[in-house]
Ligand binder design. Structure first.
Ligand SMILES: NC(=O)C1=CN([C@@H]2O[C@H](COP(=O)(O)OP(=O)(O)OC[C@H]3O[C@@H](n4cnc5c(N)ncnc54)[C@H](O)[C@@H]3O)[C@@H](O)[C@H]2O)C=CC1
Ligand SMILES: O=C(CO)COP(=O)(O)O
Length: 298
């Protein structure tokens, strides 16, 4: 293993933005399934020799990717994905725990559109890990335009990052139906309450939802057409089929599968998640106007 070396795995929008950010201070490598014309692009084998890895592949692909490619040799890992595995209802930290010890793993959260990070615009992120030592190590790699905070509330950050994608779809639907800013603010605020309730069930801290990982990322994503999930919502409001929406999008929208995961987990554990449930039903074909009526019922 090459000491103090760092690589990003996954050269999608977020992987490339993180690679740009990390390259400000030192040499940083990047790899992907298909070769890309990016400085310091290396093959997967070379990337996996680095001591520090940032993994930015879609949540639903992580288990298969780890099984197929990953052998633990002491690497320290920062997970950049935001989602819950739909097939199992498992959180990403549970999946990674099968391959990497907890002290070697952290999760990035907070408001961070890749398109802004890759321009070097300022932002604040949270690095969530059981290990403060790991936070300090990774934090030192980040450039001055990104302020990093530490939190040990891994599950809170994970729930917040995954849930806000579903709420961004809901908010896009609200915008697409022209329901007005009052409705949208109500939806986002109730969404925040809902995601905190869901997270609390799994042991998250309330403060996580009031900070960058929760409110910060939710307000960003649920208010902007820069969000892929928000754009999925706009498409659904105009009665487009999900396959057509995804074809136009051409990138991952984690909220789609995460809505399924939340729906199933909320039924299993009897957690009240009305907004996420309506998003899942709309994705399955329910008319968004019927969902609105159901959400407004006393
Ligand atoms: N784009 C953004 O602003 C942000 C994205 N994220 C999260 O980062 C994750 C990745 O998102 P993006 O890079 O934006 O998506 P993207 O759609 O731009 O790229 C996804 C990347 O994952 C790779 N990939 C897909 N399946 C794979 C597999 N089976 N094995 C290996 N690589 C695979 C693709 O080749 C592609 O390079 C998502 O969980 C997203 O929620 C988090 C914060 C910001
Ligand atoms: O997580 C994000 C910003 O923090 C990106 O959101 P989208 O995946 O909806 O574009």
């Amino acid at each position: 293993m090459k000491n103090n070396s760092i690589a990003v795995i996954g050269a999608g929008k977020w992987g490339q933005a993180l690679h740009f950010a990390l390259s400000q201070k030192q040499e940083a490598f990047i790899t992907s399934r298909t070769p890309r014309d990016i400085k310091n692009f290396v093959d997967l084998k070379t990337a996996l020799e680095c001591e520090y890895l940032i993994i930015a592949i879609p949540a639903q692909e992580i288990r298969a990717w780890l099984k197929e490619n990953f052998i633990f040799k002491g690497q320290k890992i920062l997970v950049a994905s935001k989602g819950i595995e739909a097939s199992s209802g498992e959180f990403l930290n549970e999946i990674y725990a099968e391959f990497v010890p907890n002290k070697n793993i952290g999760f990035i959260s907070g408001p961070s559109f890749a398109a802004e990070v890759i321009q070097g615009l300022p932002c604040a992120l949270v690095l969530n890990s059981d290990s403060k030592k790991l936070f300090k190590k990774f934090s030192a790699f980040f450039p001055t335009f990104i302020k990093t905070y530490y939190s040990s509330d891994v599950i809170g950050a994970e729930v917040a990052g995954a849930y806000k994608n579903v709420l961004a779809i809901a908010s896009g639907i609200c915008e697409g139906l022209h329901l007005g800013k009052n409705a949208q603010a109500s939806l986002i605020a109730r969404g925040l309450v809902e995601m905190e309730r869901f997270g609390r069930f799994f042991g998250s801290k309330k403060s996580t939802f009031l900070g960058l990982s929760g409110a910060g990322d939710l307000f960003l994503t649920a208010n902007s057409t820069m969000s892929r999930n928000y754009r999925v919502g706009l498409g659904l409001a105009s009665n487009k089929k999900i396959n057509e929406i995804l074809k136009d999008l051409g990138e991952v929208a984690e909220g789609i599968k995460t809505a399924d995961a939340i729906y199933n987990l909320s039924i299993k554990h009897e957690i009240y998640t009305p907004i996420a449930n309506e998003v899942k039903l709309i994705l399955d074909g329910k008319n968004p106007k019927d969902s609105l009526k159901d959400l407004l019922k006393h």
